[in-house]
Design a protein around this ligand. Structure first.
Ligand code: RAM
Length: 507
């Protein structure tokens, strides 16, 4: 379904992209042995004379999203044949050690940031048309005539983002790690801020709703580009699926269009994002324009309940996202997320003056909450269970806490039991860790939240992150669920939460 009126409002609010030229910081060599990856400074690339088989690695000194340009010169005879180059772009050094031809994961290999290019005219310039997300560029001379050598006489990148540094609110802290976490989180957010809030500028380069929820929160504490949040909300609201469901993500090109992926939790987050946006801005126009979309999400989620008001568990892969963990059963998390979204819907119903919906949702909330505590709570274990195998997971407990199925000291005791429960299915993404931090803060366990943030996001920093990653397993930092780090995203929106938490709760 396309609502052209809403779509027009969405596109009218698209931000302008700002460009900045970035110079190469260093020419480096990057090697790996049993002890890890070593980066060494080399003499400047502009002085190198490259023959067949030679290579050069440029370090731009920090993560950027944009377009690379190279100037070339020939040394020796007039160029009598094209130069064949392989150019690889990497957000982290580790990606440079992977061979794209060996990649066989399930995410399309076309995401791999690598190009084979022919340079026909030397001396001349090569401007890359495709936008890349990178810090390192490795250029290999695959073939060149023996009558001349290649010199890269200049290299620079045009970085693009819609975030404006001048708008960034200051953050102060006496603690160096907190400052660093904030800096890296802000940079993550900034590089994901393009025409829309992208999930990752390397992959998937589009607007996903789960990521948007966290980006919007971080944005309110940093760049405050609230119209950009509004634009994204209108995009989702304008481009729903056939039955009116908000899709999990939206494409912009060639025309704005909703994806056919839908997820129980992601559709509901539309309501939550609008509530957060409304709290920040008091934008009555947006609330009135988008209220019916919210109502539809609630009624679709309601159709997913059984006769006892329990979310029906489904066997369909990806029916509800929650976390990138294929082992995880999503039922109890979905129940908690429904409660969480219902609370937002009740608040919005009141603001928009829809008394009937407000009453209906309050009643539904109580029923879904009772159902959670009657059918999804195991008295003996003292924990929420999910699915027919009664799985216990961090995600289930966290979402029940965030949805207020359990509160106060009872919720604190639940968390204690959870931490003592060896078999509980763990969290695998910064996205789910974000929700855990949120739950800890909600229960007044600020110090624990802070420590965990320092451990988890601080762990990425220790591993050299200058933007935060899509996935991080402290026990195996280079893990990839996709079959190779070359398709992992190392600047990923849902990881930017520390900028929100630190500024809002720890400043
Ligand atoms: C990943 C995306 C995005 C996330 C979805 C569910 O592929 O990168 O961040 O929201 O999956």
């Amino acid at each position: 379904m396309k609502d052209l009126r809403l779509l027009k409002k969405a596109t009218a609010l698209f931000p302008r992209l700002n460009e900045k030229e970035i110079a190469v910081a260093e020419t480096v060599s990057i090697t790996r042995d049993g002890k890890g990856i070593k980066k060494k400074s080399l003499r400047d690339f502009r002085t190198m004379s490259l023959k067949k088989g030679d290579e050069v690695i440029l370090d731009f000194g920090g993560h950027l999203v944009g377009y690379l340009s190279l100037d070339f010169k020939n040394i020796g005879a007039h160029a009598d044949a094209p130069v064949l180059l392989r150019v690889r772009f990497a957000e982290r050094e580790v990606e440079l050690f992977e061979d794209a031809s060996e990649y066989s994961g399930w995410v399309s290999a076309s995401w791999i940031q690598e190009e084979l290019v022919k340079v026909d005219v030397v001396p001349g310039r090569l401007d890359f048309d495709r936008r890349y997300s990178f810090r390192f560029v490795r250029i290999e001379v695959m073939d060149i005539s023996s009558r001349f050598d290649l010199q890269i006489s200049e290299a620079w990148a045009k970085a693009v983002t819609s975030a404006r540094d001048t708008d960034l609110l200051p953050y102060e802290s006496a603690d160096p790690l907190d400052r660093e976490m904030d800096k890296v989180a802000v940079k993550t957010l900034k590089d994901c801020m393009q025409t829309v809030f992208e999930d990752g500028p390397k992959r998937d380069r589009r607007l996903w709703i789960g990521d948007l929820r966290i980006q919007a929160l971080a944005n309110y504490e940093t760049y405050r580009m609230n119209d950009m949040v509004k634009s994204c909300l209108y995009l989702f609201g304008a481009l729903t699926q056939e039955n009116g469901r908000v899709g999990a993500c939206v494409f912009l090109e060639p025309e704005p269009e909703v994806d056919d992926t839908c997820m129980f939790d992601y559709s509901l987050f539309f309501v939550v994002i609008l509530r957060d946006y409304y709290r920040k801005t008091g934008d009555q126009e947006a609330l009135e324009d988008l209220w019916q979309v919210c109502r539809r999400q609630i009624s679709l989620a309601r159709e997913g309940l059984d006769q006892h008001y329990v979310v029906k568990d489904l066997d369909v892969l990806g029916w509800c996202f929650v976390d990138w963990n294929l082992e995880l059963n999503k039922q109890a998390s979905a129940q908690g997320i429904f409660l969480y979204a219902l609370e937002a819907a009740i608040e919005l119903a009141e603001q928009v003056g829809d008394v009937l919906s407000e009453e209906e949702y309050a009643d539904l909330y109580n029923k879904v909450k009772d159902a959670a505590n009657t059918f999804l709570y195991d008295e003996k274990m003292g924990m929420y269970v999910s699915g027919k195998d009664r799985q216990i997971s961090f995600a289930s407990q966290i979402w029940m806490i965030l949805g207020n199925a359990v509160e106060g000291s009872a919720a604190l005791r639940l968390l204690e039991r959870l931490n003592g429960c060896d078999g509980a299915v763990k969290m695998v993404t910064p996205y789910m860790y974000h929700n855990y931090i949120d739950a800890l803060i909600k229960l007044g366990r600020k110090e624990d939240a802070h420590n965990l943030m320092r451990q988890y996001w601080g762990g990425m920093i220790k591993n050299g992150a200058d933007t935060f990653w899509e996935l991080y397993n402290p026990e195996n930092p280079d893990e990839s669920p996709y079959g190779g780090t070359i398709v992992n995203s190392y600047c990923h929106a849902w990881s930017c939460g520390p900028a929100y938490f630190l500024r809002k709760y720890f400043a």
